[in-house]
Ligand binder design. Structure first.
Ligand code: TRP
Length: 433
């Protein structure tokens, strides 16, 4: 492998891929999406989507990546030279820009909240006060743009230093630290007054909530949370050694990511209900409720800033993996050097991010199109590609290189050829009708 690309060490890959997967998708997007879709039923459909649809796609992406050792465009081209399949790769590169642009705005907000926390602004916080704090914060245009710029800068900095140097190191300390602080938050939230109402909302399926919108949002949330459908996992797979057992790695990544998302719900919903807030309040939920929790928590002055710091880093390990896709494309296909690619592409994402930072309506449209629809299309074509264009037997052979994990190979073959594409197609069609 040439120097411009770099590669991961053995555990490094699981850590880096989990670092990509775990981020704002788990702590910010998952809880508010659960809230908007009526609670428990969404959680069940989400879990089913992760296992039946997303996990097979995750294995497929990593396998394509390692087999070809390339970015998404190069990878499709390597397996089916000169075919239109590389358009799927281009869609991924484009989605990369677009997702980075809105994601970095929310990530910038976590940095902003870190400063609020460390300067003691959560003191004595109530639900109402936290709500107006968030409104004031998001309507401060210059601050939003500034924080967006800060976050894009951090992402560009890490990506320009290369995969093994930059990305691995961050993930190693981050995961355990984030997990510990989430457990503390969990205890505080579960012991609040009326916590059980939140738990009931979160776990008890209400069949009245069943709508096409719920199913499509559950599926796209599974893709978003596991970083699927735009080639992030193809790109990360391209840095994996042939010794790695891909199916096992995929299983761990999905388990970590889903565990953290579920944990986030157990923190957010009891807190929402104990404050008498609306669970369907939308994308501000996390920012409206956590300051209250920290204010009510012994040691909250320390844990508040620590949490937002860790969350910012978790978001950074995700934005890195998003920017890495167009950067790997520019390095492999356009022969740019890594640094130039990171700076140019990062600046473009910053420009597209400005309207997201200024107009909440634009932001939610962008989340829907690029963070949802485009990923489903991408995942659909990745499944069809591995299942039919590239024979699953070749893909199985590639997985065998790492040894083990083959007992379930026939199950995976059926899942990636039939179950996943048919379900994705039906769900997409259902949401149009
Ligand atoms: N999965 C990340 C999160 O949950 C976000 C992310 C990183 C992503 N890379 C991606 C989403 C690729 C979609 C596609 O925060």
């Amino acid at each position: 492998m040439d120097n411009e690309r770099g590669s991961f060490s053995r555990v490094g890959f699981i850590l880096a891929a989990a670092g990509s997967a775990v981020g704002l998708g788990n702590l910010w997007k998952f809880p508010y999406t659960v809230g908007e879709n009526g609670g428990g039923l969404f959680v069940m459909v989400y879990l089913a989507s992760v296992i039946i649809i997303a996990l097979p796609v995750l294995i497929a992406e990593i396998t394509i990546g390692r087999y070809t050792g390339k970015n998404p465009v190069g990878a499709f081209n390597a397996i089916k030279p000169g075919s239109p399949w590389k358009l799927v790769g281009y869609l991924g590169v484009a989605s990369g820009f677009m997702i980075l642009s809105f994601y970095a705005v929310v990530a910038g907000a976590t940095v902003g909240y870190f400063f609020k926390a460390i300067t003691g602004q959560f003191k004595g916080m109530t639900g109402d006060a936290a709500g107006s704090m968030y409104t004031n914060f998001t309507s401060n245009s210059w601050l939003q743009i500034f924080l967006l710029a800060v976050f894009i800068f951090l992402t560009v900095y890490v990506v320009s230093r290369g995969v093994s140097g930059g990305i691995e190191k961050f993930s190693k300390i981050l995961m355990p630290a984030l997990f510990c602080i989430l457990i503390l938050l969990l205890f505080r939230s579960l012991t609040l007054k009326d916590a059980s109402k939140g738990i009931e909302f979160y776990l008890k399926p209400d069949l009245k909530a069943l709508k096409p919108k719920l199913i499509i949002e559950a599926m796209t949330q599974a893709f978003f949370s596991l970083s699927l459908g735009m080639g992030t996992m193809i790109t990360y797979g391209s840095y994996v050694s042939k010794k790695e057992n891909l199916a096992t790695a995929a299983g761990w990544i999905a388990l970590f990511d889903t565990g953290i998302a579920l944990l986030a719900g157990f923190i957010i919903f009891p807190a929402i209900f104990s404050q008498g807030m609306d669970p369907a309040q939308g994308s501000g939920a996390m920012f409206n409720v956590l300051p209250v929790l920290f204010a009510k928590m012994p040691g909250g002055v320390i844990f508040g800033p620590l949490f937002f710091l860790l969350l910012s880093i978790a978001a950074l390990t995700s934005t890195i993996s998003i920017l890495e896709v167009p950067v790997a494309f520019a390095i492999d296909e356009k022969k740019w050097n890594r640094k130039l690619a990171a700076i140019v592409i990062g600046s473009m994402a910053f420009i597209i991010g400005i309207p997201c930072a200024l107009f909440p309506g634009f932001m939610s449209l962008w989340v829907q199109i690029w963070g949802g629809f485009a990923l489903s299309i991408g995942a659909l074509f990745i499944a069809l590609f591995v299942g039919f264009a590239w024979k699953t037997s070749d893909a199985r052979h590639e997985r065998k290189v790492g040894g083990g994990g083959l007992r379930l190979a026939p199950v995976w073959a059926v899942a990636i050829r039939f179950v996943a594409p048919i379900l994705i197609l039906l769900i997409l069609l259902g949401s149009f009708l």
